[in-house]
Design a protein around this ligand. Sequence first.
Ligand SMILES: [Zn+2]
Length: 79
Amino acid sequence: MGDVIDFEAVRHRLKLRRDTGTVRLFENRDGVSCPVCGEAFDEALATTERSRQLGSDQPLDVCVARESDRLFIFTHAHG
Ligand SMILES: [Zn+2]
């Protein structure tokens, strides 16, 4: 955790689903590889909040990365 990534490099390939000002949720419909683990992710959540609760009804693997003022969470659903 804590690796710095270049999110803007993949940002244009993602669909913005939600933007609350401090949290942006992106959907990956283009098979973009996770900058952390290299596997295609399902959703990317970018937040400037210091903490964030994640809720999901399905088992998920998550990868976490950060820039100086933003936290990125990439989700990988099983199956
Ligand atoms: Zn990943």
